[in-house]
Design a protein around this ligand. Structure first.
Ligand SMILES: O=c1nc2n(C[C@H](O)[C@H](O)[C@H](O)CO)c3cc(O)ccc3cc-2c(=O)[nH]1
Ligand SMILES: C[C@H]1O[C@@H](n2cnc3c(N)ncnc32)[C@H](O)[C@@H]1O
Ligand code: SF4
Length: 357
């Protein structure tokens, strides 16, 4: 489907029977996937101050989660049937002296070194790492590729204008040029990749169209995108954007449907915990993945939003006419030597052969 900006913009504004037509074009019966994960927030130190974020902390205590705690959590996760360890970080945490001090005390030269060590140990424990560290350079990505089943970075928005607005005014790392560069680097390195758009942070509908088209351009060139998260901004007490309106259900429905129309080759993920009352509606609009769902840990980025139990997720999925299917943090079509390091492939073949059929 070759869609131009004008057409996309038009579709992002449809209502009435035309909106139902749009949903009908992309809604296909079948499987909706999810991954059983454990969420491990490795550091809350962050060089950015996004207007929507409650994750970052000015003086995180402890500055980084120590390895013993991390691996205990990984073992607990394995014991309850998780396959994915989701490692999340504030960006460029090494800029904080207390973080560097702690890393050096533990014998690591920087955060990537620490992340690499933990991902490697996680694989040895039988869980598959997905690292979401914020913006990284080519060499850091290449290093982390060795020990990750997939990696991720939200584009958030392709709009440079938001760098002057409440959302990203104090976040140099949210410059779309930097994020696009990293997503492209991951493509050059053939890293199975998760990205996404944060909807409702002050962008115009036209800018939403531009974000989708930018991701389409990258995917046409590199083909490494496994899923695109369409995440709705949630207003939370205490954040700078506390009074900023959340996107409406129908804005989200249009965004999800247009994303699926433009990306028949990529999963469209909508997090169920941010849409407790409305999640199943997105399945009727082309969403086909729930993302990582944890039987164990909170969503530390959205701690006020508990994940549904997996049984409830199944009921929800079936109530809309779909079947729920577990997946790994890397999608089946990327499980091959072109996209994964030998160590990751070996772990999957040894522990998760049922996902290879
Ligand atoms: O539970 C969450 N998981 C988030 N995930 C994890 C995601 O649901 C899964 O790890 C992937 O689907 C891989 O299985 C992200 C992953 C990324 O690479 C980038 C952004 C996110 C954002 C979230 C999030 O806000 N909450
Ligand atoms: C991990 C990802 O979580 C998203 N994120 C951060 N804060 C919020 C919020 N208030 N509402 C919804 N999503 C949020 C961003 O897109 C970030 O990249
Ligand atoms: S969303 Fe990520 S980059 Fe932005 S302040 Fe929070 S932790 Fe930092």
């Amino acid at each position: 489907m070759v869609l131009g900006k004008e057409e996309i913009l038009e579709l992002l504004l449809v209502d009435g029977p035309e909106l139902l037509d749009l949903m009908k074009r992309v809604c296909e019966p079948g499987e909706v996937t999810y991954s059983r994960n454990v969420f491990i927030p490795l550091t809350r130190a962050c060089r950015n101050r996004c207007g929507y974020c409650t994750f970052r902390s000015d003086s995180p205590d402890p500055p980084i989660i120590p390895p013993g705690d991390v691996l205990r959590e990984v073992r607990r996760a394995r014991d309850v049937g998780c396959t994915e360890a989701l490692f999340t970080f504030g960006e460029n945490a090494h800029e904080f002296p207390e973080v560097m001090e702690k890393l050096e005390e533990l014998g690591f030269s920087d955060m990537v070194d620490y992340a690499h060590h933990l991902c490697s140990a996680t694989l040895d424990h039988g869980l598959l790492p997905h690292t979401n560290m914020g913006v990284l350079g080519y060499r850091d990505l290449r290093r982390l590729r060795e020990v990750n089943a997939s990696m991720g970075l939200m584009l958030e928005s392709a709009s440079p204008r938001l760098m002057e607005e409440e959302a990203h005014r104090e976040s140099p790392g949210k410059d779309p040029a930097l994020r696009i560069k990293m997503i492209e680097d991951a493509g050059r390195l053939r890293i199975p990749f998760t990205t996404g758009i944060l909807v409702g942070i002050g962008e115009t509908v036209e800018e939403r169209a531009e974000s989708l088209l930018e991701l389409r351009r990258i995917q046409d060139r590199y083909g490494h995108l496994q899923e695109i998260i369409i995440q709705n901004f949630r207003a939370k007490p205490g954040i700078p954007m506390e009074r900023h309106p959340e996107p409406s259900l129908l804005e989200m429905v249009r965004m999800v449907a247009v994303a699926k129309l433009l990306f028949p080759d990529v999963s469209i993920q909508v997090p169920p915990n941010l849409n407790r009352e409305t999640g199943e509606v997105f399945l009727l609009a082309g969403a086909d993945d729930w993302g990582g769902v944890s039987p164990l840990s909170r969503d530390y980025v959205n701690p006020e939003a508990p994940w549904p139990e997996i049984d409830e997720l199944r009921r929800l999925t079936e109530s809309a006419g779909f079947t729920l299917k577990e997946r790994l943090p890397v999608y089946r079509k990327f499980i091959n030597p072109d996209f994964l390091s030998p160590k990751v492939i070996e772990t999957i073949e040894r522990l998760y052969p049922e996902f290879l059929v």
